[in-house]
Design a protein around this ligand. Structure first.
Ligand code: IPM
Ligand code: MN
Length: 372
């Protein structure tokens, strides 16, 4: 298969982790005889520095002419600490999502057997957790009208949804549930918000088309508690934009590191793949950032194009790296230093030698990747 992939590394650790995902995709391309062509463009704070615009026109144009987008991360402390900044890096990502119609953000969360002791949560609570979060991505409070009074003392953000926006992501969530444990939990705040009541009504109607799937409702405050009390109860979580943002960061604690969580942002026409983590400015350039979220986002990209064997091999390689503790410091306090690129090297190496059953696998591959 021939794919043109736009790479938007962005800010902070974005370039470092994206490099590893590209490395892995290149290994897949050579192993399976595909042609993946990568083209890079600016987004976020780096784009503001270069052009004054967090999403330059040429970046958007590139994204519109490629088959898929691999996104790194955006954000910079100089904007975080300046509420009066007129232009912000995040606007680049939000505009990209809106312009490309990426209405569904899918965030898989699972507890890896080999990492159960990395989570601050008890093993018996998280073991077996496997959740797919369907977060609405182009509506709600993120995109509603924003106002600041003239005197600067009153501000508001409108949370608005319509039936169409709810229906289209609900269908995706129910379809996903059909191939999983057949349960959808709608997370909302229907006891307070009118927009949430519309979600309940519309999702209830959509559910009738999927009689095999059980539908559950949960208020977001309760869902936040249930996520750490009993995460195994969840299968597919369906929710609006901001609740999904918050709940998914919380859910990342189950896996042991936010550096593991990948996502796919899907629309009618375009698809973007990105880690859920931010730009982690403190780690920039130190080669300590975990590239797994970016690499697993690349696996989701492969899945999107029905390259299931390829995606499975990437996941197998990731599992192996976790099992052998070839992981960055967020998951590994013992080793001196497994750098971002060493993790990528190992995974690349595994993909290039998928049938290696050598009992000395660890040493050989560590040796090849010069990890120790
Ligand atoms: C995410 C991020 C973004 C969001 C930010 C960077 C705008 O936190 O993808 O989860 O809030 O959607
Ligand atoms: Mn977020």
């Amino acid at each position: 298969m021939k794919l043109k992939i736009a790479t938007l590394p962005g800010d902070g650790i974005g370039p470092e982790v994206t490099n590893e995902a590209i490395k892995v995709l290149k290994a897949i391309a050579s192993e399976f005889d595909h042609t993946f062509i990568f083209e890079e463009a600016n987004v976020g704070a780096i784009a503001i520095d270069k052009t004054g615009n967090p999403l330059p026109d040429e970046t958007l144009e590139l994204c519109m002419t490629t088959d898929a987008i691999l996104f790194g991360s955006i954000g910079h402390p100089k904007y975080d600490n300046d509420p009066s900044a007129k232009v912000r890096p995040e606007q680049g990502l939000l505009k990209l999502r809106k312009s490309l119609g990426l209405f569904a953000n899918i965030r898989p969360v699972k507890a890896y057997k080999t990492l159960l002791d990395k989570s601050p949560l008890k093993k018996e609570i998280i073991s077996g957790t496997d959740i797919s979060i369907y977060r609405e991505l182009t509506g709600g409070i993120y995109f509603g009208e924003k106002q600041l009074s003239k005197d600067g003392n009153t501000a508001s953000d409108l949370c608005e949804y319509n039936r169409f926006e709810i229906e289209r992501i609900a269908h995706l969530a129910f379809k996903a549930a059909l191939n999983r444990k057949k349960k959808v939990t709608l997370v909302d705040k229907a006891n307070v918000l009118e927009s949430s009541r519309l979600w309940r009504k519309v999702v209830g109607e959509v559910a009738k088309e999927y009689s095999e799937v059980a539908l559950d409702f949960l208020f977001v405050d309760n869902a936040a508690m249930q996520m750490i009390l009993n995460p195994k109860q969840f299968d597919v979580i369906l929710t609006e934009n901001m609740f999904g943002d918050i709940i998914s960061d919380e859910a990342s604690v189950i896996g042991g590191s936010i550096g593991l969580l990948a996502s796919a942002s899907i629309g009618e026409k375009y698809a973007l793949f990105e880690p859920i983590h931010g730009s982690y400015p403190q780690a920039t350039g130190k080669s300590i950032a975990n590239p797994i979220a970016s690499i697993l986002s690349a696996a989701m990209l492969l899945d999107h194009f029905q390259l299931t064997k390829e995606a499975a091999l990437v996941r197998k390689a990731v599992d192996k790296s976790l099992k052998l503790q070839i992981t960055t410091p967020d998951l590994n306090s013992k080793t001196d230093m497994v750098t971002t690129s060493k993790v990528g090297d190992f995974i690349e190496d595994f993909i290039n030698n998928p049938n290696d059953t050598n009992v000395n696998f660890t040493n050989i591959h560590l040796g090849q990747s010069t990890i120790i």
